[in-house]
Design a protein around this ligand. Structure first.
Ligand code: FE2
Length: 375
């Protein structure tokens, strides 16, 4: 008997199969010091480096890792370098959300023929550890997606990088495992354009979960839709500002970043209490919600495994949906401009994004905006 496939979507071929996020590259004013911050505060380990000492004359890059998360911190060594323009305009920020593929040439071809703007044609990079293929396309603002194929490469990162020697005495790992999602802020009325970009050009789908309706409340003044690739390893919520009683937090971001860009990166842990306790001791600054948030918390979420007193002490938020619950907390912006920040998330069944916390959270963000004079 021939097997009958129940759902026609099951036979649709994914034209852009992704293994996950490969790395996130930041352009920063001082990569050496940024690398120290990610190591000593967020617990990353230095894995690889390239710069003048390794034969790269125009920039220095530090690769830091924790669990499956890999960040590349890059700075230019000359004011005429195009990276210097990026930093002048945006401040420190994400330039590249690189995606791990088995075939970079195909990823580039399939996306560019569906309308993606090429930023780098497929190129083979080689060194003594083998060869890697890389190609890039443009996404929102000046953000790009590189496609990285590393099947035939065994080096510490990519050709041109050398391994960090002698371990990392500075790193203090905190149990961050992998990237859960990366959120992009785009301009007024641009959300659907970028939702269509991820759907039509990259084959993503609207992520179906229990809070996937548009977010538009008097508190949030933003709208958001979540796009996901086929195997759900890559999830990109896209936000646009909405008009509300006060200036949208997205508008503040766009003003200071001077355009669309990455708003936050959510990193997953299996033990949020241990992770956030360690991050706090290491100097990471988190947003606080009022203590009253916890007064009726379990009335909203039902029974949870974690001690309420510890959640209250650390400021960790909880939300439940039909599939389970999740715990989350947000840092303050990590640079002086109110742009990029981080989320730490622990999922216990729930696949959603904490809609039940938006009110408390957005009020906390508004208090911060007011302190900056931007509300
Ligand atoms: Fe998030």
């Amino acid at each position: 008997m021939p097997q009958i496939l129940e759902h026609p979507a099951a036979v649709e071929k994914d034209f852009l199969p992704l293994n996950g996020t490969d790395y996130v590259e930041f352009y920063v004013g001082n990569a050496r010091q940024a690398a120290h911050y990610y190591r000593s505060a967020f617990g990353f380990s230095l894995a690889a480096y390239r710069g003048p000492e390794t034969g790269t004359r125009d920039r220095a890059s530090y690769v830091v890792t924790q669990g499956k998360i890999r960040f590349v911190l890059t700075t230019p060594l000359d004011p005429e370098h195009p990276i210097a323009d990026h930093i002048l305009l945006h401040g420190d920020g994400v330039h590249d959300i690189a995606l791990w593929v088995d075939d970079a040439e195909s990823a580039w071809r399939e996306t560019t023929r569906r309308g993606a703007r090429s930023m780098r044609e497929p190129e083979t990079l080689r060194d003594e550890h083998g060869e890697a293929r890389i190609a890039s396309i443009a996404a929102y603002g000046e953000t790009i997606h590189s496609f990285v194929e590393r099947r035939n490469y065994s080096g510490p990162f990519l050709p041109g990088f050398t391994a960090a020697v002698g371990g990392d005495a500075v790193a203090r790992p905190v149990g961050l495992k992998h990237i859960d999602h990366i959120v992009g802020n785009v301009g007024w009325g641009q959300m659907d354009h970028w939702v269509e970009f991820y759907r039509d050009v990259m084959g993503f789908k609207m992520f179906k979960h229990f809070d996937d309706k548009d977010i538009s409340t008097e508190y949030s003044a933003l709208m958001s839709k979540v796009m996901s690739n086929g195997n759900e390893r890559v999830k990109f919520p896209i936000n646009e500002p909405a008009s509300g009683k006060r200036k949208s937090q997205i508008e503040e971001y766009l003003e200071f970043y001077h355009g669309p860009g990455v708003q936050h990166i959510a990193m997953a842990t299996d033990d949020i209490i241990a992770t956030v306790s360690a991050l706090r001791l290491q100097g990471v600054d988190f947003l606080r919600v009022p203590s009253t948030y916890y007064d009726d918390l379990t009335a909203r979420t039902g029974a949870i495994d974690e001690p309420l007193a510890e959640l209250r002490e650390l400021g960790i938020l909880v939300d439940r949906d039909d599939e389970g619950y999740m715990l989350q907390i947000f840092t303050r912006p990590v640079a002086d401009r109110p742009t990029l920040f981080y989320e730490v998330i622990q999922r216990k069944g729930s696949r959603s994004f904490g809609k039940g916390n938006f009110k408390a959270l957005f009020e906390a963000i508004e208090r911060e905006q007011a302190r900056r004079g931007n509300l």
